[in-house]
Design a protein. Structure first.
Length: 94
């Protein structure tokens, strides 16, 4: 069973990230947080991984509606990996 929506992209990481930000904004989402996994793991563990950025995106009306119907939903909606530039041939997932 898969837990992600996966697409293999032919564009580079920077272009895919810019396109993702545009698509989020076009659909009413704002990026509240950003975690650069490559930089964080390098700084904390001195390890090297491919580019990976976690965007914490939120669409306020949906977030509010979810909280009104189920207050315990909060932990489930925090951070979601949006973009990753993994090894060639391995698709990014969200």
């Amino acid at each position: 069973m898969g837990y992600t929506i996966t697409r293999e992209l032919t564009r580079d990481f920077a272009t895919a990230l810019a396109d993702t930000r545009t698509a989020l904004a076009d659909n009413g989402f704002g990026v509240l947080t950003e975690i650069d996994m490559k930089a964080t793991l390098k700084a904390k563990l001195d390890v090297h991984i491919p580019e990976q950025l976690i965007l914490g995106a939120c669409r306020p009306p949906l977030a509010y509606a979810a909280l009104q119907s189920e207050a315990s939903i909060e932990p489930a909606r925090r951070y979601r990996p949006i973009e990753s530039d993994r090894w060639r041939g391995v698709p990014p997932s969200a």
